[in-house]
Design a protein around this ligand. Structure first.
Ligand code: HEM
Length: 327
């Protein structure tokens, strides 16, 4: 009896070892994953990201959003970076509705990956490059920094349908935002903290026209400051592609201005204002608006949790050489 138990334990240990060493099987993420494999990784990403932001400061917001759109669709596996490929019938995420006309930053990630390949060829995944670049984007804009857990692999596949199904839209209600994050194992607090990423970056009028026409203090169904609604109507005079800052107070600084703006009913997207509209997140929005350090701390923790989202078992994985196509 005892010996059969020992045998069972040994077989289980062997199975675990075998599965963990199969190519393409993700191992647990760790902050020290590249310490021996590629010691110069983090300075290489940081300086390439700093160069990209110096030549176009809006790149920081673009890269931060790329990381969210990667992690929410089958985990953080750089699937969002794959180009469509008719020869292999790959219809990827770039043409999905939430991404098609506004997701940016692909060239910046190409440049960072190329710097990393020069330092450590065929060693560092695009998914890890993106996780580090997103962290550096936040700190370059004056936001918090954190230790990034590493060791992700890149998917050889991507799905436009999955992107359409998993990424929340700007018209979302509070309950559907909470659902979308809960489905990823992220709490309401994580959701509100992560939405604070909208303290930087811009959105196209196509995503906020409904609010612009919202009328004085909600007469058109929107909870919105009347002067702000008029400003948005002005911005939308430039057409669907005209942009406005997501944080009207301090558009280019990673601070808590976004939450202060929500309290003034000056959230740009309907989904933003839903966080402060008499619902369950009002108290947290108030807290973040008065305590920037509390927001920064929660944001960093939530980014780590979002970065832990793993691809589904069975996803074919590798360390991609070029982020836009499988090896
Ligand atoms: C809570 C649900 C969210 C919704 C509904 C949402 C929606 C949007 C929309 C509609 C835009 C503008 C896109 C356009 O112009 O077409 C946008 C931009 C942006 N989003 Fe979100 N988002 C959400 C959460 C997040 C999260 C969690 C992050 C990052 C952690 C993030 C980062 C950004 C950034 C940085 C931009 C500006 C991008 C740029 O300037 O290029 N968003 N988001």
């Amino acid at each position: 009896m005892a010996s059969s138990r020992v045998l069972l334990a040994l077989s289980l240990a062997l199975l675990t070892l075998t599965v963990a060493s199969l190519p393409g099987t993700p191992t647990a993420l760790s902050t020290s994953y590249y310490n021996k494999r590629c010691a110069s990784l983090q300075p290489a990403v940081r300086s390439a990201m700093a160069r990209a932001v110096a030549s176009d400061p809006t790149t920081a917001a673009a890269v931060l959003r790329l990381f969210f759109h990667d992690c929410f669709v089958n985990g953080c596996d750089a699937s969002v970076l794959l180009d469509d490929d008719t020869t292999t019938n790959l219809i990827g995420e770039k043409s999905a509705f939430p991404n098609a006309n506004s997701l940016r930053g692909y060239e910046a990630i190409d440049a960072i990956k190329s710097a990393v390949e020069s330092a450590c060829p065929a060693t560092v995944s695009c998914a890890d490059v993106l996780a580090l670049a997103a962290r550096d984007a936040v700190s370059l804009l004056g936001g918090p920094s954190w230790n990034v857990r590493l060791g992700r692999l890149d998917a050889r596949i991507a799905s436009r349908d999955a992107a359409n199904a998993n990424l929340p839209g700007p018209g979302s209600s509070l309950s559907s935002l909470l659902d979308a994050f809960q489905r990823k194992g992220l709490s309401a607090r994580d959701m509100t903290a992560l939405s604070g990423a909208h303290t930087v970056g811009r959105a196209r009028c196509a995503t906020f026209r409904g609010r612009a026409g919202g009328g004085a203090n909600g007469s058109g169904g929107e909870v919105i400051n009347a002067t702000y609604a008029a400003e948005l109507r002005g911005a939308c005079g430039g057409g669907d592609g005209a942009v406005a800052p997501l944080d009207v107070a301090t558009p280019d600084a990673f601070d808590n201005g976004y939450f202060r703006a929500l309290m003034e009913r000056r959230g740009l997207l309907h989904s933003d204002q839903e966080l402060f509209n008499g619902g369950s997140q009002d108290a947290l929005v108030r807290k973040y608006a008065r305590d920037g350090a509390a927001f920064a701390g929660d944001f960093a923790k939530a980014m780590v949790r979002m970065g832990n989202l793993a691809p589904a078992p069975g996803t074919p994985l590798e360390v991609r050489k070029y982020c836009r196509r499988p090896n």
